[in-house]
Design a protein around this ligand. Structure first.
Ligand SMILES: Nc1ncnc2c1ncn2[C@@H]1O[C@H](COP(=O)(O)OP(=O)(O)OP(=O)(O)O)[C@@H](O)[C@H]1O
Ligand SMILES: [Mg+2]
Length: 345
């Protein structure tokens, strides 16, 4: 069985600044990441604002073209789905959930029209009866009843209910993977855990994996099977959620864990560091060197290797130089094919 998701040496650069004095930042820097095996999993991607989470998510969702590297879903390279006639096939495999449920639905349409649209447009239902059945099931899975929602417009729902509706919609094609970029950021803090808990339930019920992108470490640690931490475009730590929680390896993860305040609080609410962000992106050595409690001279000059600890736990830090480096990924067998140029970035 192929892996549900395989990301190989994925890189995306952006030009910043003006035409003449402009430079580039590498928002996602040669990332290897996978959801392996047949069993669905929840992989959380955590990291503070500007570390590359959305850039990574957009590439998985084919909304942004990689600069280099490759992504496979169920063994099929994403480049296969780049042709417009294969868009339906792609959305049957991978579904997005966005941050703001109020912009996912137009205020002039009933919410059920969106659910029917997904069922029909992706050729999942052939008749109204069939569509209704699928929609009922999906709604029930997220704790809503069909009768409760019919004829209603988005403004008749709370943010939490609307986000449940977006999740129900994403379930209709029974995808392999749901990519949820900050799905609870706009939702009342008291309701966040309810929504995130749904992912755990749906994972088994629908046999679907989740990429859960968040600032909110407390929900991430609670819900995930695996956690990947990003810092300035680098994957700096990856491993089983429980292991990362009990034995964080990277000094940054350690810092984050020590600063977990309470459910719902974003850690960068206190420390927004925009100038530091660009400066750190431009650093040659370890991008965390300027903030690290254990920094050595070498950290500022050379990029640390990704080291393999026990149980697949990986860390990008010279503190672990006694361990062996993560084996080089097998070479990329297929080039990234250009995604249609007119697509919004
Ligand atoms: N279209 C773009 N053009 C130029 N720079 C970009 C573009 N999109 C993202 N970036 C830059 O790439 C870096 C990563 O951005 P990204 O949106 O992926 O971060 P993020 O982790 O999702 O942040 P947040 O938590 O605030 O959503 C940032 O420095 C950002 O300014
Ligand atoms: Mg983002």
């Amino acid at each position: 069985m192929p892996d549900i998701l395989k990301i190989k040496q994925l890189t995306r650069q952006f030009k910043i600044g003006g035409m003449l004095l402009g430079s580039k930042i590498t928002a996602v820097d040669q990332i290897d990441l996978a959801i392996t095996g047949e069993k669905p999993q929840i992989l959380s991607i955590v990291g503070e604002s500007g570390c590359g989470k959305t850039t990574l998510a957009k590439m998985i969702l084919q909304l942004l073209e990689p600069s280099s590297g490759a992504i496979e879903i169920d063994g099929v390279p994403l480049s296969y789905y780049a042709k417009s006639k294969r868009r339906k096939a792609f959305y049957k495999k991978v579904q997005p959930i966005f941050q703001n449920p109020f912009t996912s639905f137009s205020s002039r349409r009933t919410v059920e029209s969106y659910l029917y649209e997904t069922a029909y447009n992706l050729d999942i239902a052939k008749s109204k009866q069939e569509a209704k059945q699928l929609i009922k099931e999906a709604l029930q899975s997220v704790g809503l009843e069909y009768e409760q929602i019919t004829g209603k417009y988005p403004n008749q729902f709370s943010g939490g209910e609307l986000q449940r509706l977006s999740i129900a919609r994403a379930l209709i094609p029974k995808p392999r993977l749901i990519v949820a970029d900050e799905p609870v950021a706009m939702i009342d803090a008291s309701l966040r855990m309810n929504i995130v808990n749904l992912f755990k339930k749906l994972k088994d019920e629908y046999n679907v994996s989740f990429i859960y992108i968040t600032h909110d470490l407390s929900t991430a640690y609670y819900v995930s099977d695996y956690i990947a931490t990003l810092y300035r475009g680098n994957l700096i730590e990856y491993g089983k959620a429980r292991e990362i929680l009990s034995q964080p390896a990277h000094p940054y993860t350690e810092l984050l864990l020590n600063s977990i305040p309470r459910v719902g609080q974003k850690w960068d609410e206190e420390a927004k560091l925009p100038e530091m962000e660009t400066k750190e992106y431009a650093m040659n050595g370890c991008k965390f060197a300027g903030r690290c409690a254990y920094v050595k001279e070498v950290c500022r000059s050379s990029k640390p290797p990704l080291m393999e600890l026990e149980n697949g736990h990986q860390v990008l830090c010279i503190k672990f130089n006694d361990y062996k480096p993560v084996a080089q990924n097998e070479p990329i067998t297929h080039a990234v094919s250009p995604i249609s140029k007119n697509k919004s970035m």
